[in-house]
Design a protein around this ligand. Structure first.
Ligand code: ADP
Ligand code: MG
Length: 348
């Protein structure tokens, strides 16, 4: 059966960019979102507004779509599972359940014999105070964090009393890595040992939010190959279908660690829209809709600049140079620390 209607849960910038890629492939898109002003409604064919736990809304969505995907990992498992019992959801809700919890995620990666930062689950303040082997470290909520939200830097035991930490939530404490660089690898898996992998992307974060990405990453051939191999192993072990991203840390001694897995298209891969023959979004749509897999070809080196908060205003009226591509996510309100759009620049 050829897929004619793709359901996307979530209508932020990632959902919008998936819808745009689907449109290019002549696939109809229906976005379901719990924010009635989500920008996705401008980019899709049909927009359904409603809560992710509302069965009537989910049933309405199910009626309109042939296959389903989602734009971010924080969608309740029950929602994805309910949808998956009726229409195929990719990536599988089972995978999302692992990856949406930092603790399960890191346990899983270590079971694959792949290095992560050292970490421990933190239940209460006392335990945190006795975790001095992990301090300086970063305390992160096990679930629901993104763009640095839900994180506290713990530089010393004294910090713990000073910070207002709500211990009703589960946390992990991760030892701080002395970072030399951060890179990510985006991979689209179509089936057993069938992948398209993009070359590692070098990422620069400011205040725990991605600021710039570029290819090629300035790392050794060895590290590059290892990052690619680990991404392949993780995708295969997860039985993943679709596009995913593995975020890595490289420390001052050139040790590679997996930071986290994003079970979805990823901000660092936005430059693939202009720098490759097939973008991470198109690859995602192709794999989940069972379309032809096209061998990846890099067209150009590139860098991507995230436009955060008021940065967007400058670009809304700016004339672009050759090789520059501006994307406005069309969010209704400009907020500080919020990703509003991005600029990709092709470089030789
Ligand atoms: P999010 O889910 O918000 O993206 P991350 O765990 O990826 O959370 O953290 C965001 C950023 O914070 C990372 O990309 C990195 O720059 C910094 N960071 C997070 N954990 C560590 C760590 N253990 N050591 C050093 N830097 C870290
Ligand atoms: Mg991250």
């Amino acid at each position: 059966m050829s897929i004619i209607s793709l359901g996307i849960v979530g209508g932020g910038q990632l959902g919008s960019l998936i819808a745009t890629a689907a449109k290019k492939l002549r696939i109809k898109t229906v976005i379901l979102c719990d924010d009635k002003n989500a920008p996705g409604k401008i980019f899709c064919d049909e927009f359904i507004y409603g809560g992710y736990e509302d069965k009537a809304i989910l049933n309405l969505f199910l009626e309109k779509v042939d296959v389903i995907t989602y734009e971010f990992e924080n969608i309740p498992f029950e929602t994805l599972n309910y949808l998956n019992n009726n229409k195929k959801v990719n990536p599988s809700p089972k995978i999302n359940r692992i990856v949406q919890n930092r603790m399960y995620e890191k346990d899983f990666i270590n079971k694959c014999n792949i290095r992560t930062t050292i970490y421990d689950q933190i239940k209460d303040k006392e335990q945190l105070k006795y975790s001095s082997n992990l301090i300086p470290g970063i305390l992160k909520t096990c679930t629901m964090g993104y763009d640095g939200r839900g994180q506290h830097k713990i530089n010393s035991v004294e910090d713990i009393d000073r910070l207002n930490i709500d211990f009703k939530i589960d946390y992990i404490l991760e030892k701080m890595v002395n970072l030399k660089k951060e890179v990510s690898v985006i991979i689209t898996r179509y089936g057993h040992q069938q992948y398209e992998i993009y070359e590692p992307i070098e990422n620069l974060h400011e205040d725990q939010i991605l600021k710039n990405s570029k290819i090629p990453a300035d790392i050794s051939e060895d590290l590059s190959q290892k990052a690619i191999d680990w991404a392949g192993t993780i995708a295969e072990e997860l039985g993943y279908i679709g596009t995913m991203c593995v975020e890595y840390f490289i420390d001052q001694n050139d040790n590679l660690y997996v930071n986290e897995i994003a079970p979805r298209v990823h901000n660092s891969g936005h430059l693939t829209i202009n720098a490759y023959n097939v973008s991470q979004f198109e690859n995602h749509v192709r794999s989940i809709c069972n379309l032809e897999r096209i061998k990846l070809k890099k067209l150009s080196n590139a860098k991507m600049i995230n436009l955060i908060g008021n940065d967007i205003k400058i670009y809304r009226n700016k004339k672009l140079n050759d090789g520059e591509f501006f994307y406005d996510y069309m969010k209704q309100e400009i907020k500080e620390k919020r990703k509003m759009g991005h600029l990709t620049i092709l470089v030789n």
